[in-house]
Design a protein around this ligand. Structure first.
Ligand code: ADP
Ligand code: 5SP
Length: 499
């Protein structure tokens, strides 16, 4: 029997799946690493942590595997998007990676809009520039750490750096390059116009490849440290959301997923690059060649829940914290939460907004708060679904993936708030499965990614909206939406008191 490994380099942990051609997860390992948040708005990770934890995880996976490691034929990657990894002339890392949820770059976004032009940015990259994207991070380093920036010879994104360290081959692939604000997403080329504006030669940008392209094999050292064969074929992989789309079968018009990871994402397939959402949602290259997707992003989805648990219920695990929330009525007994704890992206591209609990009452208990947190996160993703529906998309069924898809009460809540059938797949690890499917396609198991999805993806459960809950959430949603405008000014005034 032959196997492949899907590596999902998430924000909270690297998750490794050993998968057979039927799509069964034979072994699974997860290894965490820290997030550094030195100041409000800052979010960094040390790339060396990704490499060390992945190598340790691969070794653990191979040790657990009862078969022959040389039967593990291929490997591919899914990775948290947008994070800037700057490399010097020897491809050594120059500083910590600045991540997708770091919002320090509001001034740099304004500068890009002035120098390139807002319209032009949307015309080339199909998206407005946002604090989380890579280009403004690069300009922040150029302005604030000029000595260090002078040493930079190129840049990559998190999973591209990890793949480089495992193979010694440096590339970036289209689905992740689309989130840098530097790729002409129609032409699939780095934008000379954007590079010229900031005085960078095109050679500053790494070579581009497709998600399914074969890019090398494991180095001798990595093979020795993990127990894998040096002949393991390595395929480029994709942005975590592109891989999530592959891993949940979002490979044709009308298919949509909701992902509850550290971030929250609603993503819908686009067969062409020319649908116009007026920049309200992101529009990126898919991991499937010549396809696209549109998506809205909540910066703190699972992260809001983790923050809540770590702050108020440190000794409980997620299942204990959420036990009984299904018995709390819709609306958490009059408590509303907005998940803006590190700012927001869709529909409010606002780095300064912060979260709120509205309506706290002496009778509220921990369970009311936990339910309010889940409802607030889900309302935030519903804002993206509302944009899709306003733009003519029919969304009747949503595939739910990510850590948040583990809880049945939350899945029912998603169906009730989204007013759509919510499907949980047999594996909710969409991105890791998508990476494994890219490797399986690469080693020749499948004729296409669609064929892989048809063959291996299977629904485990479907949650249908409960009409009475839908009606109540339709009343609550406008109240939730109101909290943003009511608290925007207050949050700006509070900024001087933040860390
Ligand atoms: N049992 C659970 N029930 C509900 N949510 C959970 C559970 N376990 C983890 N989560 C949520 O899932 C998030 C992690 O999801 P994951 O998809 O692994 O994230 P990432 O890819 O960003 O590392 C956590 O932040 C947490 O809020
Ligand atoms: O910034 C985005 C998408 O634009 C995020 O979705 C990141 O890609 C991180 O994802 P997770 O760690 O939550 O999977």
């Amino acid at each position: 029997m032959s196997y492949v490994i899907g590596v999902d380099l998430g924000t909270s942990a690297v998750k490794l799946l050993l998968v057979n051609p039927s799509g069964e997860v034979v072994e699974e390992v997860s290894k965490e690493y820290p997030l550094y948040q030195e100041k409000t708005g800052y979010s960094e990770q040390n790339p060396e942590d990704w490499v060390e934890q992945t190598i340790a995880g691969l070794k653990e996976l191979v040790d657990k595997f009862s078969g022959n490691p040389s039967d593990i034929e291929g490997m591919s990657f899914s990775g948290q998007m947008h994070g800037l990894v700057l490399l010097d002339e020897n491809n050594h890392v120059l500083r910590n990676a600045i991540l997708w949820n770091d919002t320090r770059t509001t001034e740099q976004c304004q500068k890009i809009n002035e120098m390139v032009g807002q319209e032009k940015m949307i015309q080339i990259t199909k998206n407005p520039v946002l604090e989380g994207f890579t280009l403004p991070k690069m300009i922040w380093v150029q302005e604030n750490e000029p000595e260090l920036f002078r040493k930079a010879k190129t840049f990559v994104l998190p999973k591209d750096y990890l793949r480089f360290r495992l193979t010694n081959e440096l590339h970036m692939e289209y689905s992740d390059a689309a989130g840098t604000s530097m790729l002409d997403i129609h032409a699939k080329k780095w934008s000379k116009e954007i590079c010229d504006t900031f005085g960078w030669d095109l050679s500053f940008c790494p070579p581009l490849v497709n998600s399914h392209d074969h890019v090398g094999t494991l180095t001798k050292d990595v093979a020795e440290r993990t127990g894998l064969s040096e002949h393991t074929d390595v395929f480029a992989g994709g942005a975590d959301n592109a891989c999530g789309a592959i891993g949940s079968g979002i490979l044709s018009e009308g298919k949509t997923f909701a992902s509850f990871g550290t971030s929250g994402v609603v993503l819908s397939y686009e067969p062409t690059g020319d649908k116009d959402y007026q920049g309200k949602v992101h529009y990126f290259n898919h991991g499937e060649p010549n396809a696209y997707y549109a998506m809205g992003v909540t910066l703190s989805a699972g992260y809001s829940l983790s923050w809540f648990k770590n702050t108020f219920a440190q000794d409980e695990d997620f299942d204990q914290l959420l036990d009984g929330i299904g018995d709390v009525p819709v609306g958490a007994n009059g408590l509303l939460f907005t998940p803006y704890i590190v700012g927001e992206r869709t529909p409010h591209a606002d780095a300064d907004i912060r979260g709120s609990f509205i309506g706290m009452d002496h009778s509220h208990t921990m369970k009311d708060f936990a339910r309010a947190v889940l409802e607030g996160i889900t309302f935030s993703l519903h804002e993206s679904i509302a944009i899709f529906r306003e733009n003519g998309k029919q969304i009747d069924t949503i595939y739910s993936i990510g850590g948040g898809a583990k809880n049945p009460d939350w899945l029912q809540m998603q169906a009730d708030i989204f007013n759509a059938n919510v499907v949980k797949l047999k594996t909710e690890q969409g991105p890791g499965m998508g990476a494994a499917m890219l490797a399986g396609y690469g080693v020749g198991w499948y004729d296409s990614l669609k064929q892989a999805a048809d063959k291996i993806l299977e629904a485990a459960e479907t949650y249908q909206p409960i009409p009475n809950h839908v009606t109540q959430y339709q009343k609550l949603f406008p109240l939730y939406q109101h909290v943003y405008s009511e608290t925007k000014g207050l949050n700006q005034s509070l900024m001087e008191f933040r860390k």
